[in-house]
Design a protein around this ligand. Structure first.
Ligand code: GTP
Ligand code: SPV
Ligand code: MN
Length: 613
């Protein structure tokens, strides 16, 4: 048996509550060795993974990995929030009693680490010293070395984060056991996987995957599900699947901050890494604070709504990342960045990687190229047009590799929030941008976000569904209570942010092309939003918010036809009237939905009704 105490002590981890927790799970899983890791262990662990064949070299200072072919995305069905109070049951959180889930997970994990090392990862999901740091400390246990390497990139890792806690018992206990991936019945009625957050005990128990949000427990499980629950239970904060950016107007010297939620694989990373379009680059600069998670709170001394990114890295979608769409991303995953690629196409002979949309055509010379499953491209039949890379293949890199990282991203204070935006893949109805000044209408708009699901979750791509606040897969407690908590937190701020709904994904009904060029040009509607907030433009009032006039949008250098532009700046009233009926049904699903949200719904529905005149 492993000597837990000696391992922790040698690593300077003396917190007795950590010792008790690690000892418990080392006993339960039967781990043979304990190894406490810190960020400084990265180079050694990389070398060990290379030697063991878990990683391969992808050029100088970059690495390639492949996950088991049935383990390539989050599983929403197998993800559960458990507590001891049935009142926490929502529509989307797959609530189960803690008394049922804990023994079940313990049974699944029992003895699974026999002969293996249990890595102990002390981490912090916030900039050090932040107001919310007391909810940000955690210790992940894992049996998989590449999960450690991902955690080192995605969160701040080191024993000291657990040594200086005000309440030494107040940290998240996050246990990850991979299990025998080849015998877990993924996607069958006999599925053995369980990804459980026991939210009222601040304990995360994930069994049956070594991929992404299923396995890196700081990110989604703590940063979103546990964070959301803690924010509500403490009445102090919101934890949202939001990107967070700064926009500097170099002419006036003003800094703005915008955060916002788009569902998984719908453009947060791309927006956060946005390079201003050439025509606007002299005047504006976009800086990256976060691309996937933001925690929001009100600063007690200034009364302002503040935001920060709890993460330390980027777990980005590879597909369609190229020089034109996202040069910033390419720089952040260049050689020497220690980026880890997962499930892209790989050429072991040359160390090159490739994914759909990296270049227009795949490499012409297929010699040596392997698809994401490891099968040689050269052996493919001519008619085989399956993608070389998995659609949810990703790159993992740290924030300090991101060229537009904000100078103060690591500062304790966080940044004041001027605007909150929602968006998703919506092929019709939703215009380029529509702004909403009223808090309840903004929250209502977020709650009724409808979008196409993506391959970030198993078996869901293209399905149209409501995804409240882009948080559907990460909801931790009842949606009505969530809406009230959101109104309370943002409502307590002295200077209210403006809300907006954006859509980069409207398509031509005939040939399917995207009407808006997107990517770098997405800065334009955001600049309009800030001008609207400043009273510099007035836009055009519609029943569903204020939309820009063509003259107000800075379109210098944009390639778009007049017809396409007119479509994305138009409200299709009959289509919206239909939508309102679906929204009413959607909101009725939730218990304790605040009156203010229903009132907002009725105001919008009435305004649409009046359009018929
Ligand atoms: P998660 O990490 O899963 O939460 O995803 P995300 O929201 O950060 O999505 P990301 O920015 O990685 O984008 C996902 C996909 O959408 C990528 O394939 C992008 O190339 C594509 N995409 C992003 N922005 C745009 C845009 O403005 N227009 C179009 N057409 N595609 C976009
Ligand atoms: C998402 O799916 O929204 C992600 C990727 O950010 S994962 O970490 O796998 O959840
Ligand atoms: Mn995400």
């Amino acid at each position: 048996m492993a000597d837990v105490e000696a391992a922790l002590e040698a690593a300077g981890l003396t917190n007795p509550h950590v010792l008790e927790y690690v000892r418990h799970y080392a006993d339960l899983t039967g781990a043979e060795r304990i190894e406490v890791v810190s960020a400084a262990d990265d180079a050694r662990l990389i070398q060990e993974s290379l030697d063991a064949g878990e990683l391969q070299q992808a050029g100088e200072g970059r690495y390639y990995s492949r996950s088991y072919h049935k383990d390539t995305a989050r599983s929403e069905e197998r993800t559960i929030v458990a507590t001891s109070d049935e009142k926490d049951k929502g529509v989307y959180n797959n609530w189960r009693p803690a008394s049922e889930m804990k023994p079940l997970l313990h049974d699944l994990m029992r003895g699974q680490s026999a002969g293996k090392t249990m890595y102990v990862i002390p981490y912090l999901m916030s900039p050090p010293g932040n107001d919310l740091a007391p909810w940000a400390a955690g210790v992940q246990l894992t049996d998989t070395r590449t999960v450690v390497l991902h955690m080192i990139r995605m969160s701040r890792v080191g024993a000291h984060f657990l040594e200086d806690l005000e309440d030494p018992s107040h940290f998240v206990r996050a246990v990850h056991v991979t299990g025998d991936l080849e015998n877990l019945g993924q996607g069958t009625p006999d599925d053995q996987r369980y990804f459980v957050t026991v939210a009222d005990e601040r304990t995360i128990l994930h069994f049956g995957s070594s991929y992404g949000g299923n396995a890196l427990l700081g990110k989604i499980a703590h940063g979103l599900r546990q964070g959301a629950y803690d924010g509500w239970a403490s009445k102090k904060f919101l934890a949202e699947q939001y990107m967070l950016i700064g926009i500097k107007d170099k002419q006036t010297g003003t800094d703005y901050h915008i955060c916002g939620g788009f569902p998984s694989a719908s453009g947060k990373t791309n927006l956060a890494m946005m390079l201003a379009p050439d025509a606007l680059g002299e005047r504006y600069h976009v800086s990256f604070y976060g691309d996937d998670i933001a925690w929001l709170w009100v600063d007690e001394s200034t009364g302002r709504l503040m935001g920060m990114n709890p993460e330390y890295g980027v777990f980005g979608v590879a597909k369609d990342t190229n020089e034109k769409t996202n040069p910033t991303a390419l720089a952040s995953l260049d050689e020497g960045t220690k980026t880890i690629f997962t499930n892209v196409a790989y050429n072991p002979g040359t160390g090159e990687v490739w994914w759909e949309g990296r270049t227009k055509e795949p490499p012409a010379d297929v010699t040596g190229w392997l698809d994401w499953t490891g099968a040689p491209i050269a052996d493919r039949k001519d008619e085989d047009d399956t993608p070389w890379a998995h659609p949810n293949s990703r790159f993992t890199t740290t924030l300090d590799n991101v060229p537009n990282i904000a100078a103060d991203y690591d500062a304790a204070a966080g940044v004041p929030i001027d605007a909150i935006i929602f968006g998703g893949r919506t092929r019709d109805r939703e215009p380029l941008i529509r702004a909403v000044h009223d808090l309840a209408e903004g929250v209502y708009d977020g709650l009724t976000l409808g979008a196409e699901a993506t391959s970030a979750a198993e078996g869901k791509e293209g399905v149209l569904r409501y995804d409240p606040m882009s948080n559907r897969p990460f909801m931790a407690y009842g949606e009505g209570d969530y809406a009230q908590h959101y109104l309370d937190i943002v409502g307590a701020a002295t200077d209210q942010p403006i809300f907006a709904h954006v859509n980069w994904f409207q398509r031509d009904p005939e040939d399917g092309h995207f009407l808006w060029p997107g990517y770098r040009d997405n800065l334009r509607p955001l600049l309009w939003l800030l001008q609207l907030r400043n009273g510099e433009v007035t836009g055009r009032q519609t029943p569903v918010g204020i939309i820009p006039t063509e003259e107000e949008l800075n379109l210098e250098g944009v390639e778009i036809s007049p017809e396409d532009l007119a479509t994305i700046l138009t409200i299709d009233t009959p289509r919206w009237q239909q939508e309102m009926e679906h929204r009413a049904e959607h909101l009725e699903l939730f218990e304790r939905m605040p009156d203010a949200i229903w009132e907002a719904h009725r105001r919008v529905a009435d305004a649409l009704g009046r359009e018929d005149g």
